[in-house]
Design a binder for this molecule. Structure first.
Ligand code: HEC
Length: 217
């Protein structure tokens, strides 16, 4: 009896987690599933139309919003892992530029801005880019989002963080990342499957029998 009363709530959980009957629970499950919105599903190198005018800086100035370079860079460090900046809500700069923040960056990053960047040339036809334009390019292409407003604190902060990272960047450590030839999603951010460690393994009633992450793998 003790065992049954312990199992009953597990059964309810099992239904909520895996049952196809309850649409509400299913939707909730989908939103909780970190693999549901696969940031790599939309190939950042596919598609043609880029809002080049919104990306290009021209003579537009960034607005520091009264903050110092260090304050802006600190805000940029926070934004680096902010998934709400992406079109899918599931990708951040740190999805690709992980570790110290410079993963996936090529040797070109070591050169003072403006400088040529393969992605800018290949995708937007820009011969060279400023630091802010590079943020905008990654917003529009891999982040599948609209470019930021040139007067926004977000663009000023991310640009300050890029410049701070550049100061400590060791080009000899850079990879050879062709943004289109080599799929920037080769390192699948969902590779560490949060469902791999089955939270129900020990219970004997496995609500993960139909793996909620299975569909997206
Ligand atoms: C899905 C992967 C992905 C995401 C997410 C991403 N980037 Fe990138 N980023 C790349 C790739 C690939 C390159 C290399 C482009 C090249 O060298 O042609 C790159 C290069 C860069 C560079 C260096 C370019 C240079 O000067 O050589 C900067 C700066 C940068 N990204 C900033 C950002 C910022 C800021 C964000 C978040 C708003 C971001 N990236 C999100 C894939 C990504």
């Amino acid at each position: 009896m003790r065992r049954l009363s312990w199992l009953a709530p597990m059964a309810v959980f099992a239904l909520a987690a895996c049952g196809g009957e309850d649409a509400g629970a299913e939707a909730e499950m989908a939103s909780a599933n970190p693999c549901a919105a696969n940031p790599c599903a939309a190939n950042p190198c596919a598609g043609m139309g880029l809002p080049v005018d919104a990306i290009r800086q021209g003579d537009r100035q960034l607005n520091d919003h009264g903050m110092s370079r260090d304050e802006l860079a600190a805000r940029g460090t926070e934004l680096w892992s902010d998934q709400s900046l992406s079109g899918t809500g599931a990708t951040s700069c740190s999805t690709c530029h992980s570790g110290d923040g410079t993963a996936m960056m090529n040797a070109s990053f070591a050169e003072p801005y403006p400088h040529p960047v393969a992605m800018a040339m290949d995708r937007a036809g820009l011969d060279q880019v400023s630091a802010a334009e590079m943020v905008q390019l990654c917003m529009a292409i891999p982040m599948t989002a609209a470019p930021l407003d040139y007067g926004s604190v977000e663009l000023a902060a991310l640009t300050a963080r890029v410049e701070q990272l550049q100061a400590g960047f060791d080009a000899s450590q850079a990879g050879e990342m062709n943004p289109c030839a080599a799929n920037p999603c080769a390192a699948n951010p969902c590779a560490a499957n949060p469902c791999a460690a089955n939270p129900c393994a020990a219970s004997g009633m496995n609500p993960c029998a139909s793996n909620p992450c299975g569909a997206d793998r």
